[in-house]
Write a protein that binds this ligand. Sequence first.
Ligand code: DX5
Ligand code: ZN
Length: 221
Amino acid sequence: MLILSPSILAADFTKLGQQIQETAEAGAQYIHLDVMDGMFVPQISFGMPVIETIRKATDKIFDVHLMIEDPGRYIEAFASIGADIITVHAEACTHLDRVIQQIKAAGKKAGVALNPATPLSALDYVLPDLDMVLIMTVNPGFGGQKLIPYCLDKVRELRSRIRELGLSTDIEVDGGIKAANAAEVIRAGANVLVGGSAVFSGDVAANTRAFIQVFREFENE
Ligand code: DX5
Ligand code: ZN
């Protein structure tokens, strides 16, 4: 199934509840929550209080992308405030296997994210344990950047590995994704698309529908 996960990093925070509602009504299935600690990435975004507050406003799936050092410290905390999928960066975990098991023990779906320069081999031994792999298509830290083309080669390679292993792991792409390049990333093998600026700049409902329209064309193929 093709899924749109709007990243609220690019939303108008004075109208957050309303904008989330608009994406949901227009067909977006997830909400992508970018947590940044000012260490793993330069920016500091938002944390538990914001997530906890919007949890009350929507029943959409919360796709929490932790761009924080040593995320194992906070898995139970994010699980308890309503995260559904928790994604940690391989580069930020000294004990990646342990953190994946922590996420699963908390009853949540486990994702691992890879920065553009991180090879897929970082996942060699843990792939069967994962619900989702997030292939960063920009260097994480900021919205509004341009997709790095070689990252789509990683998506293609990962999709074929997942097929070979007979798994059904989701592949999420994040960074520089727009309705205009959605078809290309889907063809490469991604099925969960994060949209930040492409969803929240301008008409949120129309932007969301533009993605959903691309999804429909694939589903009718
Ligand atoms: C970047 C974040 C993204 C960001 C994407 O580090 O992980 O989720 O919000 O923004 P766009 O879609 O504008 O590139
Ligand atoms: Zn993200």
